[in-house]
Design a protein around this ligand. Structure first.
Ligand code: GLN
Length: 501
């Protein structure tokens, strides 16, 4: 039996029953990774993976396994790892070996998980299509002529293609949710501050948040259980009592019957998420998912997020501003690639940064430096911060009338690789419209597979659609419980591109 497309819960049973060992499981995935044609994985270290798998198996044999012991995963190449090179998808960090593990990596390893390698991503997590990786683009396993989404495209494509049952991702403006949607898997971005940023190569620090990507909401809850928690090494880490993120699974909402587990749940649909720009095919799929949630007992009402459109300019000022500051450390002296051709210090800085950074990263640094510069600070940066505050307030008002917000993750399904012109970055930025708000407001949000759209000829393949659920601060457990109830009633999350042919 091929376990590669199993969820973590299924793999747990297989390991505990002795049907497969942690070492065999890791070997299986590593073999699949070696044959991969999607550009998903940037680095492997089979020796290190198998050593972790052997240690996990010893625990399983001694009946000391935790829920994640022996389960394999990939880490987005934004998390630093001791045994695997970390590049952040950039030439700037080519062959970089971190002397320590990111907090997320360390927590998941301590929980017994086996690291399979590092997943491709957009350079420094800047992008929505995983086409801005210095080591080559990544493609979508559902249709190789299309993007997998980004920036955590490698993580999402890996789970979809059966190269790993789970992966870490990071989400600054949608990078967990959007690739999860485009590859047909489940992904959650927790509340800002829930998961430590220690050891995550920084993009925009006030927005960056690590998230979990897997086949099911149940799997994401298990991963989050291990990932979340206060970390004194991250100054924005939140001190919260530890929680079990799957504790609300199967719990009736209010006066629920068995067939209506979501009875009493109020779901808000922002009208701005269903306006012009949303593809009619995606809309049809999201509408039927909404109807399914209603059939499970939820009540649907309209809410207002009046500044949704402004989330694009606000985000694309704030994120580049923070990026320009975070990336200043890569100067060829303190960190990163150093040019071989420089006769003086200024040329050394200039050439090192020109050679090390890709075009999109350079563009963001320039925008960021501009909006922070004297004379433009008030007009752009300060203004964007005010808009950010108003967007967060809009969500607070909306949540006075509903328990969670529902909408599409992205306006379209995965687009053809050739479609986006790198000369016109705006088109790609605009596609982030539905994910940026939750990021600016620091709210937990997830993507849940909810159906397919048939691609145009000639490929005529099915392309996955993601349903976005956004919750109030700290309501991850409820988001996951709703997603779980939906997944109990549907099987979109178990469809795989392998089963296509
Ligand atoms: N697409 C957005 C950007 O390019 C979001 C990326 C992310 O969340 N890391 O900045």
């Amino acid at each position: 039996m091929d376990l590669r497309f199993s969820d973590l819960a299924g793999l747990r049973k297989a390991l505990d029953s002795g049907m497969v060992s942690a070492v065999e499981l890791a070997q299986d995935y590593l073999e699949a990774i070696a044959k991969d044609q999607h550009g998903v994985v940037l680095a492997v270290n089979p020796e290190a993976s198998l050593a972790q798998a052997r240690a996990a198996q010893t625990q399983i044999d001694a009946h000391q396994a935790g829920p994640l012991t022996g389960l394999p995963l990939l880490h987005k190449d934004i998390f630093v790892t001791k045994g695997w090179a970390t590049t952040a998808g950039s030439k700037m960090l080519e062959n970089y070996q971190s002397p320590f593990d990111a907090e997320v990596v360390e927590r998941l390893s301590k929980a017994g998980m086996v690291t399979l390698g590092k997943a491709s991503c957009d350079e420094f997590a800047m992008g929505s299509a995983n086409q801005h990786c210095a080591y080559g683009p990544c493609t979508n396993p559902w249709d190789e002529s299309r993007i997998p989404g980004g920036s955590s495209g490698g993580s999402a494509a890996a789970v979809a293609a059966g190269l790993a049952p789970a992966a870490t991702g990071t989400d600054t403006g949608g990078s967990v949710r959007q690739p999860a949607a485009m590859c047909g898997i489940t992904g959650i971005k927790p509340t800002y501050g829930r998961v430590s940023r220690w050891g995550m190569v920084a993009y925009a620090s006030s927005l960056d948040q690590a998230g979990a990507m897997a086949r099911t909401a149940q799997d994401c809850a298990w991963l989050l259980n291990a990932m979340a928690g206060f970390d004194p090494k991250d100054s924005t880490s939140l001190e919260r009592p530890s929680e079990d993120f799957s504790r609300l699974f199967g719990q009736p909402m209010k006066e629920a019957t068995d067939s209506q587990p979501l009875k009493g749940l109020k779901i808000g649909l922002p009208k701005q998420f269903f306006g012009p720009g949303l593809s009619s095919e995606v809309r049809t799929v999201v509408d039927s998912a909404t109807a399914q949630l209603q059939a499970l007992g939820a009540v649907v009402l309209e809410v207002d997020l009046p500044r949704t459109e402004l989330s694009i300019p606000a985000y694309y000022v704030i994120a580049p501003a923070e990026a320009s500051s975070n990336l200043s450390r890569f100067d060829g002296v303190r960190y990163g690639h150093r040019t071989q051709e420089a006769s003086d210090l200024e040329t050394l800085y200039r050439r090192s940064r020109t050679e090390g950074f890709g075009l999109e990263v350079q563009r963001r640094i320039l925008i960021g430096a501009f909006v922070l510069s004297h004379g433009y600070y008030d007009a752009y940066y300060l203004q964007a911060q005010k808009v950010r505050r108003l967007i967060a307030q809009d969500f607070q008002v909306a949540f006075q009338g509903c328990d969670l917000i529902l909408g599409p993750v992205a306006p379209t399904v995965a687009w053809p690789i050739a479609q986006m012109d790198s000369q016109d970055p705006m088109t790609e930025y605009l596609a982030d419209i539905y994910t940026l708000g939750a990021s600016l407001a620091g709210l937990p949000a997830m993507s849940v597979p909810c159906g397919f759209v048939a691609a145009d000829a000639p490929s005529a393949r099915r392309l996955p659609v993601g349903l976005q659920l956004i919750g109030p601060q700290f309501q991850e457990a409820q988001l996951l419980a709703v997603a779980h109830a939906y997944q109990q009633a549907t099987d979109w999350h178990y469809q795989t591109p392998e089963k296509e042919s």
